[in-house]
Design a protein around this ligand. Structure first.
Ligand SMILES: O=P(O)(O)OC[C@H]1O[C@H](O[C@H]2O[C@H](CO)[C@@H](O)[C@H](O)[C@H]2O)[C@H](O)[C@@H](O)[C@@H]1O
Length: 251
């Protein structure tokens, strides 16, 4: 469990260390949280900034998202090929011309989607998001649904073998082949990341495994957003502060 005192989180991160391998979460870190998953606005120039940073870091930059790689491409409105991406909470990887992903557990996901749809029908403040390796039940518009959504997800997990992933105003049932911590460790084992100092920026509970992995590797972990109990070492206020920090670093 996260143990750092909240006061320790007030320190902003130092400039990116030389030889950094930079890992960036997406929602809530690079882009502002929106009411619905499909309502997010990707700032103009973000793709170019990421490609410029990746070039400056000699390829040592990766997106690490709970979204699928397909969703990331769609939201950017272009293929993000050329940038390393781990999607679906560490289940899938795309790097240069390689795509590594497990078989999709179709029946389990379809069953979960049907059950979540039934729930959403009776709870209009919730919505279902179909993902490549998961099905998410969002309750941002009616947070009082959280315990019921959670209980349903836990019940479905026991009968399906899918795992429960909790995030901001969402519970997801997903393929359990990894998490963001394993994503960071896997990427750090490959050229050109290997030997670099891992630096990870993320905002959500799902980023805690990555913070822990980075800390264990002697790197720098940065919580984005309001201070809370966390494994992260430093803090940036939100996506605007992240983009400013990246732009300073890229200069
Ligand atoms: O790992 P990330 O890249 O941060 O993705 C995490 C989840 O992000 C999305 O949900 C979150 O953002 C939505 C849009 O701002 C917001 O409406 C929702 O409440 C948040 O939980 C996405 O929909 C999920 O699939 C990702 O796992």
């Amino acid at each position: 469990m996260p143990t750092a005192p909240l006061s320790d989180l007030l320190a902003p991160p130092p400039p990116l260390p030389g030889g950094a391998s930079l890992f960036l979460d997406f929602d809530g870190t690079l882009i502002e949280i929106a009411d619905r998953p499909d309502e997010v606005a990707v700032p103009q120039g973000l793709a170019d900034l990421l490609f410029a940073m990746a070039a400056r870091l000699h390829g040592r930059l990766a997106l690490v998202s709970g979204r699928s790689i397909a969703q990331i491409d769609t939201l950017f409105g272009r293929s993000m090929h050329g940038l390393a991406i781990s999607g679906s909470h560490g289940c899938e990887f795309r790097w240069e011309d390689q795509l590594v992903h497990p078989p999709r557990p179709v029946e389990e996901l379809e069953h979960a989607a049907r059950k979540f749809d039934d729930f959403a029908f009776g709870h209009p403040g919730t919505l279902v998001e179909i993902k490549t390796y998961g099905v998410a039940l969002h309750y941002r518009a009616d947070p009082a649904c959280a315990p019921y959504a959670q209980r349903l997800a836990e019940h479905l997990a026991t009968e399906s073998g899918l795992v429960v992933e909790n995030g901001k105003m969402v519970v997801e049932l997903r393929f359990g082949g990894g998490d963001k911590g394993t994503a960071v460790r896997n990427l750090m084992g490959c050229a050109p990341m290997v030997g670099g100092t891992p630096v990870y920026l993320g905002d959500d509970l799902t980023d805690e495994t990555a913070f822990a992995a980075v800390n264990a590797l002697g790197g720098l972990s940065v919580l984005v957003g309001p201070a809370r109990a966390t494994n992260a070492q430093c803090n940036l206020a939100g996506p605007a502060a992240v983009l400013a920090w990246l732009a300073r670093t890229a200069a």
